[in-house]
Write a new protein. Structure first.
Ligand SMILES: *[C@@H]1O[C@H](CO)[C@@H](O)[C@H](O)[C@H]1NC(C)=O
Ligand SMILES: *[C@@H]1O[C@H](CO)[C@@H](O)[C@H](O)[C@H]1NC(C)=O
Ligand SMILES: *[C@@H]1O[C@H](CO)[C@@H](O)[C@H](O)[C@H]1NC(C)=O
Ligand SMILES: *[C@@H]1O[C@H](CO)[C@@H](O)[C@H](O)[C@H]1NC(C)=O
Ligand SMILES: *[C@@H]1O[C@H](CO)[C@@H](O)[C@H](O)[C@H]1NC(C)=O
Ligand SMILES: *[C@@H]1O[C@H](CO)[C@@H](O)[C@H](O)[C@H]1NC(C)=O
Ligand SMILES: *[C@@H]1O[C@H](CO)[C@@H](O)[C@H](O)[C@H]1NC(C)=O
Length: 477
């Protein structure tokens, strides 16, 4: 599968280079909402897929599971975003200074905020000795810890990202999915029906079990067990008595995935298992174990190795331009203002709150906003239900620059991530990576997952903001 994917990516890049005008200067781009400055992202590339044999075919079995997962994961979103049913925020914003990255990238010459010259930045990112960039020693710096992630791919889609965390005094390594869209930590323990390895606490002198039950719902998935405490660590970043749900039952959907457990990295206010415990990240902050109150996420595109979470740090080698910040609207999800979508620089306005979610693969919008988005693409239509509710198709040969408008700024989604593939091998219709969330959700909730984050290296700042810098994924391979 991976060689197939490599062929596809290579051909895609070939198509882009062949089609690029001499003025095109890279991808992706961010632009100001102010139309007087510039109406389109610079250096845009297009989603035209000219080679029929080079495109992936849409796989319903992978996406249908994701849609079910999102629907239940966000079932409480309306309440959470309204401040109902959330735990007390024991860590108010004021306690944490805003993060300023150790390096600066030159802003573009033309004054459009954050406009990104990939040619230029690419040259500098690959040559760290160039003036104007300081590469911080994040590998060994005190107060930082890197969690390398594996990209689990299925049906040629990047499905989820997981990496090792150690549990107990004997430092048993468990493979854990990182999820900025939830706030609980759980791992299987003495779980009879579980396919993936569980944590064996025997021999851990720091283990402290309780009889208090915990249940966490994700998708059609649900895990339940008892609350426990033990030493939990990523590299040298260690929490001595971290609360987690020691899970004895995992439903089928979750067990089909390669990770054993899940690490919630949203604000502890929305934790389900315990309403008096900090998340792992909050405990690291409370212990003053981190050099900065941030974690940063790099997600690869179609490449198994190379993704990571950097706790307490920002890795300038993963970014190819400056960070643009978005203030959170509430300390629940990493929720930021979203002002609509854009196709080729034409905008469709909407007043939304976007939850930035590494634990979701695709991008979901309220029905009306999804309809408005596809109305900007001639020939698009809601997909027939056999492909799953919420999906839309568009003509595969349409060239598109798709962007989300966050805090008034436009951020492009790489066309290779937006195009989920042809309906079938012969079809000239492709499935779009922006879906309608369906009924029963707040009419202002957007869920922005990995599809977007593969284009943007993201920095989650506990001062209450999320920053995006153009990802190193976007340099021409
Ligand atoms: C399409 O891709 C295949 C490989 O997947 C290649 O052999 C073929 O030459 C390509 N066709 C065109 C017109 O580029
Ligand atoms: C982008 O950067 C390259 C290399 O520094 C430069 O040659 C090119 O003119 C720049 N493009 C624009 C549009 O600024
Ligand atoms: C679709 O994905 C499923 C689950 O990963 C896989 O078993 C199946 O082979 C895929 N189908 C195609 C046509 O790629
Ligand atoms: C186990 O955890 C509970 C809840 O945090 C705590 O009250 C208790 O003191 C802990 N016991 C040990 C031996 O650490
Ligand atoms: C949270 O804790 C309080 C007491 O500390 C308790 O009354 C409440 O029921 C708990 N809520 C949940 C959802 O567990
Ligand atoms: C987007 O721009 C491309 C390149 O200029 C053009 O070919 C395409 O038709 C446009 N697509 C839409 C939907 O406007
Ligand atoms: C974007 O949306 C937010 C909240 O929905 C709103 O406060 C803000 O004014 C909007 N910004 C622009 C530029 O429309």
């Amino acid at each position: 599968m991976s060689s197939q994917l490599a062929v596809q990516l290579t051909l895609f890049v070939f198509t882009l280079s062949a089609g690029a005008s001499p003025a095109a200067d890279g991808w992706p781009a961010i632009m100001s909402l102010d139309r007087s400055k510039q109406s389109r992202p610079r250096g845009e590339e297009t989603a035209a897929v000219k080679n029929v044999t080079a495109v992936r075919v849409f796989n319903t079995s992978v996406t249908a599971r994701e849609v079910r997962a999102v629907q239940v994961k966000y079932a409480n979103a309306a309440n959470f975003l309204a401040g109902i049913g959330i735990n007390t925020d024991a860590h108010p914003e004021k306690g944490y200074p805003e993060f300023h990255p150790p390096s600066t990238f030159a802003r573009s010459q033309d004054g459009v905020q954050g406009t990104f010259n990939a040619t230029d930045a690419g040259a500098r990112a690959s040559g760290a000795s160039e003036p104007g960039i300081v590469v911080a020693p994040v590998n060994n710096a005190p107060g930082t810890a890197r969690m390398p992630l594996t990209d689990f791919m299925s049906g040629m889609l990047d499905v989820l990202y997981y990496g090792p965390m150690s549990f107990g005094s004997k430092q048993a390594l468990m493979q854990i999915d990182v999820d900025t869209g939830s706030a609980d930590l759980w791992v299987p323990m003495h779980c009879r029906g579980c396919r993936n390895p569980g944590y064996n606490e025997r021999g851990s002198t720091s283990f402290n079990g309780t009889t208090e039950g915990c249940t966490i719902t994700y998708g059609t998935g649900k895990v339940s067990g008892t609350l426990a405490y033990d030493t939990v660590a990523v590299g040298t970043a260690m929490v001595p008595q971290q609360a987690f749900c020691a899970v004895t039952e995992v439903s089928n959907d979750l067990d089909a995935e390669p990770n054993s457990g899940l690490l919630g990295l949203a604000f502890g206010s929305i934790a389900q298992a315990s309403n008096s415990s900090n998340t792992f990240f909050e405990n690291l902050l409370e212990q003053k174990a981190l050099a900065a109150s941030v974690f940063s996420v790099h997600l690869t595109r179609g490449v198994e190795k190379g993704s990571e979470v950097c706790f307490g740090c920002y890795d300038p080698t993963k970014a190819r331009g400056p960070i643009t910040w978005n203030r959170v609207v509430s300390r629940t999800y990493w929720s930021i203002p979203m002002n609509g979508t854009a196709v080729n620089g034409t905008q469709s306005p909407a007043n939304l709150i976007a939850a930035i979610d590494t634990g979701t693969s695709l991008v979901y919008l309220p029905n009306a906003a999804a309809d408005d988005f596809y109305a900007m693409i001639p020939g698009s239509a809601a997909a027939s239900v056999q492909y799953g509710a919420g999906f839309y198709t568009f003509p595969c040969d349409t060239s598109l620059t798709v962007a989300l408008i966050l805090s008034g700024q436009s951020y492009a989604i790489h066309p290779d991530d937006f195009n989920l593939g042809r309906l079938d091998e012969e079809s000239d219709q492709c499935v779009g990576g922006i879906l309608a969330l369906g009924s029963g959700f707040p009419n202002d909730l957007a869920i922005v997952g990995d599809e977007f984050l593969k284009s943007w290296y993201s920095v989650f700042d506990y001062a209450g903001r999320v920053g995006f810098a153009p990802s190193t994924n976007n340099q021409n391979q």
